[in-house]
Design a protein around this ligand. Structure first.
Ligand code: SF4
Length: 150
C-alpha cells in the first residue's frame, strides 16, 4: 500500500489536496484522457490506492473510467466529464408556467401533505384542490392548443 494515501499520518487536508492534484492531472489530459497506470506512477500510488482515489472522483461524476489496454495490460482510461459552462446554464430561462398557480405553494396543509403514507388523509392523491387545479390547467392547455391550430 502506498504511503502517499494510506498512511495513517496523512491528514484529511493532505488527502483532499492529493485528490485535487489527481483531478487536475486528469483535467489537463483533456479529451484524450490518461491511463490509470500512468497516473498512479506519477503520483507514486499503488494500484489499490489509485483505484480508490479515482473511484472517488467517478462517484462524484467528475470523471469517467473506460476499460483500456495499456502496454498489453488492462487498466482504465480516465477522462474528465464535460460540464455545461455556467454562462450557458445561466442563459437558460426557467419555465415556471407548468407550476403557475399551483395551490400547493400557499396551501396551509402543505406541511401535513404526504404521498409516503397511504393512510394519511392529506395527500395529493386525495386532494380535491389539486385535482381541480390539474383539471382546470389541462382544460386551459387544450384551449390554447386548439386556438394555435386555427
Ligand atoms: S396536494 Fe392539496 S393538500 Fe397537499 S399541499 Fe397541495 S393543495 Fe395542499
Amino acid at each position: 500500500m502506498s504511503s502517499e494515501i494510506s498512511g495513517s499520518k496523512m491528514s484529511v487536508r493532505s488527502k483532499s489536496d492529493l485528490i485535487d492534484k489527481v483531478f487536475d492531472a486528469i483535467t489537463t489530459s483533456g479529451e484524450e484522457g490518461i491511463f490509470q497506470t500512468e497516473l498512479c506512477k506519477s503520483f507514486s500510488l499503488d494500484s489499490r490506492d489509485g483505484s480508490r482515489l479515482v473511484g472517488n472522483l467517478e462517484k462524484q461524476s467528475l470523471i469517467t473510467r473506460e476499460k483500456a489496454l495499456y502496454n498489453g495490460r488492462w487498466t482504465y482510461k480516465l477522462i474528465v466529464k464535460k460540464s455545461i459552462p455556467i454562462d450557458i446554464v445561466e442563459q437558460k430561462p426557467i419555465d415556471l408556467s407548468t407550476v403557475e398557480g399551483a395551490p400547493c405553494i400557499c396551501c396551509p396543509s402543505q406541511h401535513l401533505c404526504s404521498i409516503e403514507d397511504e393512510s394519511n388523509p392529506i395527500s395529493p392523491a386525495k386532494c380535491q384542490i389539486i385535482e381541480e387545479w390539474v383539471t382546470t390547467s389541462f382544460n386551459k392547455f387544450m384551449v390554447i392548443q386548439q386556438t394555435d391550430l386555427i
